[in-house]
Design a protein around this ligand. Structure first.
Ligand code: HSE
Length: 296
């Protein structure tokens, strides 16, 4: 039996729309084995499709199809700790798991680059699937059907406070809220900050993150879709977060904080407990994951 564990991911990291992403310490777990027929089982309360539309199965099938190997029956189990449709890469974890699981069942015929490219083609952009596979902070570009990524380990002195609301926001809806075209000055605003964010993570220059994670391409359009989002941004900035940004397409909001700043977490929880606008958010204290998906 093949076991695959995939971390949650937080894409965009502010200005790096569809390019930057990082992996955090929350995991979905999967098992794969060949069987007489298709059987998909959720090992927790999470409802999942149990037929051929299941994303893990579809992603596994993409591997068999690419290698022109007939699809056998498969038994797949899923444990889903990453909440769905919250901007923490739950779909990417399913895609990555399906591809890695099938590749392992078939004797590891595909390279990492091939698998990353396949995962990106299924997801549509690389900023969740790349850190899900590689771990760490990953900068990616999808160019003419190929993914190019650079991974950098994240400093263990950083902590990630994920504010996960009790409501979903589908990526399709969050993408539909974006304008079709942007002004040249807005493009420059973001590309300079995305470059600065990458350099700041690589160099450990974390005081730059509050500037480097500012964005005008997606967050202003998405924040109104997140009840309590504006209040959460300003409260977490006031509490001294190094950066606050919408995780992926939202609705989770991520704050980056120094790990030793225990006061931040205490005060943040207090704010969630006492400020009415913030009552729909739960605080998850996470660390970086620098390992990425594992297969055994
Ligand atoms: N970069 C993507 C977006 C991440 O912001 O729409 C969500 O899948």
């Amino acid at each position: 039996m093949i076991r695959v564990k995939v971390p949650a991911t937080s894409a965009n990291v502010g200005a790096g729309f569809d390019s930057l992403g990082l992996a955090v310490s929350l995991y979905n777990e999967f098992t794969f084995e060949e069987a007489e027929r298709l059987e998909i089982v959720s090992l927790d309360e999470t409802p999942i499709p149990t037929g051929p539309s299941n994303l893990v199965y579809r992603s596994a099938k993409a591997v068999y199809d690419q290698l022109s190997i007939p699809m056998p029956g498969l038994k797949i189990t899923q444990k889903n700790a990453i909440p769905m449709a919250r901007g923490l890469g739950s779909s990417s974890s399913c895609i990555v798991a399906g591809i890695l699981g099938a590749n392992a069942l078939l004797g590891n015929k595909l390279t990492s680059r091939q698998m990353l490219t396949m995962a990106t083609a299924i997801e549509g952009h690389p900023d969740n699937v790349a850190p899900a596979m590689l771990g760490g902070f990953v900068t990616s570009v999808f160019d003419e059907g190929q993914v190019y990524s650079v991974k950098k380990n994240i400093d263990s002195g950083l902590a990630f406070a994920a504010f996960i609301p009790d409501f979903k926001l589908l990526t399709e809806k969050a993408r539909a809220a974006l304008p079709k075209t942007v002004a040249h000055k807005d493009a420059v605003y973001n590309l300079s900050r995305a470059a600065l964010a990458t350099a700041a993570f690589c160099d450990g220059n974390y005081e730059l993150l509050s500037i480097a994670t500012k964005d005008v391409l997606h967050q202003p359009y998405r924040l109104p879709l997140i009840e309590g989002g504006e209040e959460l941004f300003s409260t977490m900035h006031d509490l001294g977060a190094l950066a606050v940004y919408i995780s992926g397409a939202g609705p989770t909001i991520m704050a980056v904080v120094p790990k030793e700043d225990h006061t931040f977490f205490i005060q943040a929880q207090k704010a969630l407990d006492t400020v009415p606008e913030l009552k729909r958010f739960s605080l998850y204290a996470l660390s970086a994951d620098n390992i990425g998906a594992t297969v055994e």
